[in-house]
Ligand binder design. Structure first.
Ligand SMILES: Nc1nc2c(ncn2[C@@H]2O[C@H](COP(=O)(O)OP(=O)(O)OP(=O)(O)O)[C@@H](O)[C@H]2O)c(=O)[nH]1
Ligand SMILES: [Mg+2]
Length: 208
């Protein structure tokens, strides 16, 4: 039952879709999306940048025990994701993306397999200072049969390559989108996710 005070209260001002904690009634669909890539490529940063809700992150301090295997192109990284990142982003007020970031290390592949259940696709972040570091993540996506888009996260001093050169170097299918972004910048990160969604729609219409 609505109390008098509540019914007399002025209606709350409409909020722009996706700007707050709660989903708006305009949302018509949802998709689970993975954000993958090697250690330190910017997965946690990107999810934190675009998320409308306080992102969940599971950062732990990197210890000396992992120093030999956990190497990052930039160095100086002190924490790493040990389970997952989680965030939410709404596109055009209609499609909500639930974003799941994977740990960067290949030894967490079993956790990846669980996280990938029910996912429609993935955004694969790449650092051109160490392209080879991305091979494991891209290989995992192919093994799981998940369609993906590649987003090159630009760091200071990142070598620049054409999309075609990257496609060759990363052995991508011709239709796989390749975009650039700065994971700290909302506009470019959202653009990368939109490129992925457009690709997923294309793949779905081709196979239906
Ligand atoms: N210059 C620059 N720095 C970035 C960018 N994205 C992330 N960083 C920085 O790079 C570092 C690593 O980013 P994270 O988001 O923790 O990387 P991650 O992929 O989640 O790393 P793991 O969970 O360890 O695999 C952080 O200090 C970020 O601030 C970017 O686009 N440009
Ligand atoms: Mg992380």
């Amino acid at each position: 039952m609505v109390s008098k005070a509540a019914s007399d209260a002025p209606a709350p001002a409409p909020r722009p879709a996706g700007s707050g904690k709660y989903l708006t009634s305009s949302v018509a669909g949802a998709a689970k999306i993975l954000v993958v890539g090697p250690l330190g490529v910017g997965k946690t940063t990107l999810i934190g940048t675009v998320s409308e809700i306080k992102p969940l992150s599971t950062e732990a301090v990197m210890t000396q025990a992992g120093a030999r295997v956990d190497t990052v192109a930039a160095g100086g990284k002190t924490t790493t994701t040990v389970a997952l990142d989680f965030g939410r982003m709404t596109i055009d007020g209609e499609l909500v993306l639930y974003l799941f970031g994977t740990p960067g290390q290949q030894r967490f592949l079993p956790a990846w397999r669980d996280l990938a259940k029910g996912a429609l696709g993935a955004l694969a972040l790449v650092d051109t200072r160490d392209l080879e570091a991305s091979f494991d993540a891209l290989g995992n996506l192919e093994e799981l049969g998940l369609p993906f888009a590649v987003a090159v996260n630009i760091f200071p001093g990142s070598p620049q390559h054409t999309a075609d050169d990257l496609r060759t170097a990363l052995d991508l299918l011709p239709g796989t989108p390749v975009v650039t972004c700065d994971a700290r910048d909302p506009a470019s990160s959202v653009r990368a996710l939109i490129a992925l969604v457009q690709h997923l729609i294309h793949v779905a219409t081709e196979t239906s």
